[in-house]
Design a protein around this ligand. Structure first.
Ligand SMILES: Cc1cc2nc3c(=O)[nH]c(=O)nc-3n(C[C@H](O)[C@H](O)[C@H](O)COP(=O)(O)OP(=O)(O)OC[C@H]3O[C@@H](n4cnc5c(N)ncnc54)[C@H](O)[C@@H]3O)c2cc1C
Length: 428
């Protein structure tokens, strides 16, 4: 892999937001010898969140960072399959991941714990992470881009804005505020210890020190996914259900046990027992918001680019939100490397053109996966239990975004020269 020219000062990349998009972009930019400053609004690295899934497409990014896989392994869920059951607890089928083993390793675990490993890796490769640095303004000109943080104006060659679903940068890039919409669904989600599960014969088997379990109970317009990990000491569950309330883009809205039980009134006793074994302070009620795909991810001067959820929030049923955010970070870094310091706008346009269609196609799977479960005819499902298996798409999972960016950069940059008016086609 080449690095930026030695004869000139390194490219200066300003990154906003230390989520998985920002951290990945920062690590990949450091790998290429760029100067990187990463601004994070929070005053400390926060442990918030619960289960988060990284498919083999982003698993390969973790594995490319020395020492990271070894640190993640003991924290992550390890089972060879997902058992599907109906809401009244009839076994349907087991989806085994063998077939995709050659695509690479997946990592599922606690967001805070995985985030901690990636954060430490970013520090170890020299990323200058600045906490308590909430970006208040963005600017870009023909020759530079920058941010205003705590009243100080800081300029670089390019800004990669990974400031999440409530992105301020998105407003700057678009020129208007893009409001989220309700998806019509919400998720109760919890991460907890398994002590109480052990006390109940219905649920004790889940706290198995020898094997992690992954079970999905499916019913009309609701699904309930349970995963155990860390030698049977921890469990995470998510219950996706209909919800017409106003959207709130918050991870911390408190959830109430009896409300969660009410969302699945006639379900099997084991499902109620799992919910009732949850300490109420571990339960979050999170509204699933939706956004129409943005008309663009890049600023008018092509020196500010949105990455991660700021550009494209995903429904959890795509199981790709975090993975696609990481792919953004890698791709942006490759484009900046190949374009060179004098061609930042070319790199930023190529980043958008390479990433946009893939992200859009992956976003669609969030809706199709959810509807395949929620809108299922359960008479049909009982006769055809394999019909509930998740489609595992090789074009999403068996994908090396770094190699892809190296392969297509040149032709993409050329195509943008011959078609300077190219714009993404934001039709979901
Ligand atoms: C607290 C939290 C908990 C989450 N929990 C889960 C979970 O349990 N399961 C799951 O699947 N997904 C979870 N997610 C979402 C998931 O992490 C993202 O969908 C995915 O990883 C993409 O990440 P991202 O980097 O684009 O955005 P995010 O992870 O949202 O990161 C954005 C970062 O930008 C920072 N930021 C925002 N505005 C500014 C600003 N003006 N200046 C400086 N910094 C700013 C935020 O503090 C945040 O650290 C969570 C996100 C957050 C923020």
């Amino acid at each position: 892999m080449s690095s930026v020219e030695d004869s000139s000062r390194p490219l200066k990349v300003l990154i906003v937001g230390a989520g998985f998009a920002g951290l990945t972009a920062a690590i990949e930019c450091r790998k290429r010898g760029f100067d990187v400053i990463l601004f994070e609004g929070n005053s400390s690295r926060r442990q918030l969140g619960d289960i988060i899934s990284f498919g083999s497409n982003s698993g390969r990014i973790f594995r490319s960072w020395p020492g990271v896989e070894e640190k993640l392994d003991p924290k992550c869920h390890h089972s060879d399959g997902l058992d599907f059951r109906t809401y009244d607890d009839e076994f349907l089928c087991r989806q085994v991941w063998d077939a995709e083993a050659e695509w690479g390793k997946r990592f599922n675990g606690h967001r805070g714990e995985i985030h901690g490993v990636v954060w430490d890796h970013a520090l170890s490769v020299g990323v200058d992470i600045r906490l308590s640095s909430k970006v208040q303004e963005y600017f870009e000109t023909d020759t530079e881009a920058g941010v205003v943080v705590n009243g100080e104006k800081i300029a670089g060659d390019v800004v990669l804005a990974g400031d999440g679903v409530r992105s301020l940068a998105r407003t700057i890039v678009l020129g208007f505020e893009d409001k989220p919409k309700s998806s019509g669904y919400a998720v109760y989600r919890a991460w907890m210890g398994t002590e109480k599960l052990k006390e109940d014969p219905l649920t004790a088997w889940l706290a198995d020190p020898n094997t992690d379990h992954h079970v999905g109970w499916l019913g009309p317009d609701v699904h309930f996914l349970v995963a155990t990990l860390q030698n049977g000491t921890a469990m995470s569950w998510v219950l996706t259900h209909k919800d017409e309330a106003d959207v709130e883009e918050s991870w911390s809205a408190p959830g109430y046990i009896e409300e969660a039980v009410k969302a699945i009134p006639n379900w099997a006793p084991i499902c109620h027992a799992i919910i009732r074994a949850t300490p109420e302070d571990r339960l979050v009620d999170w509204k699933l918001v939706f956004r129409d795909p943005l008309p663009t991810w890049i600023g008018p001067k092509r020196r500010i680019a949105l990455i991660g959820d700021a550009a494209h929030p995903f429904l959890p049923t795509s199981i790709q939100g975090a993975s696609q955010s990481m792919e953004d970070g890698v791709t942006a870094a490759v484009c900046l490397e190949l374009a060179g310091k004098d061609n930042v706008p070319e790199a930023i346009r190529a980043y958008e053109k390479i990433r946009y269609p893939r992200v859009l196609a992956t976003q669609r799977t969030g809706v199709t996966n959810r509807d395949a479960w929620h809108k299922a005819d359960f008479d049909y499902v009982r006769k055809n239990p394999e019909s509930v298996k998740l489609p595992r798409l090789d074009w999403i999972l068996n994908f090396d975004c770094e190699k892809h960016a190296y392969d297509v950069y040149k032709e993409t940059a050329e195509s943008l020269k011959t078609d300077p008016d190219w714009k993404p086609n934001p039709v979901l």
